[in-house]
Design a protein around this ligand. Sequence first.
Ligand SMILES: [Fe+2]
Ligand SMILES: [Fe+2]
Length: 245
Amino acid sequence: MNIDTSSLLHTRLAPPVLRGWPRVQAQWVNYIKRAALRQLHASNAGERLLLRIYLIGEQATEIALQRELVTEPPDWLVRQMDQHLAEEQEHVRAFGAALAERGEINVTQHHAQPDWLSRRKIAQWHTIAHRYEASFASGLLVPAFAIGLCAEQMATRVLERHLQWLNQQPESDPLQPLLVRVLADEGRHVQLCSDTLARLLEPHEQPAFSKMLAEIRAIDRSWSVTGAIGLLLMGLALRLLPQRS
Ligand SMILES: [Fe+2]
Ligand SMILES: [Fe+2]
């Protein structure tokens, strides 16, 4: 792909500027999730739940999904994917250590399942990947990295919101350095997915790619308000209900 086409593609891969209903939806999600953060940080059980959500997200990370979809990546991608997976596993260990510091035991010994909403989202992404597989010369690699891009951008958004909220609190929080470090890695992963897509895509595949990316992003958005409300309710319950630990 030449430089002009490549930079045009990078612009398209950046998080979209939302208008109309999706914009309102994103504002609600942001507002509700900030309220949820306030509730979750108000109890030890709430903080642990938040860390468990991050840990499970890292375990079920899109790189694992890419491996499921792409069984035989080309040689130039193998090392990159191995390095990426190693970094996600390091995130799992770091969140596990933060949980252990807060009294949770055996956190990384069992591989927990993502919640129902996330499993449903992953299943819908799989369906899209297989539907578009034949549209690209590189086959499933293209949808796999498009899903990866979307998931990395989502992780970046979540961590940025959390750090912004923590920075506005009067006291500094021991979680800050960990979140800063993970956010830096996720930012690099966004770039990695974009560069990989720029290398994989043929110029004539751009229209099919744009259509597919819009569908992948719509699925990400469709569950966002429900997920945010669920998180807020759990935060409230954990703060208000009597805790055994
Ligand atoms: Fe990660
Ligand atoms: Fe990542």
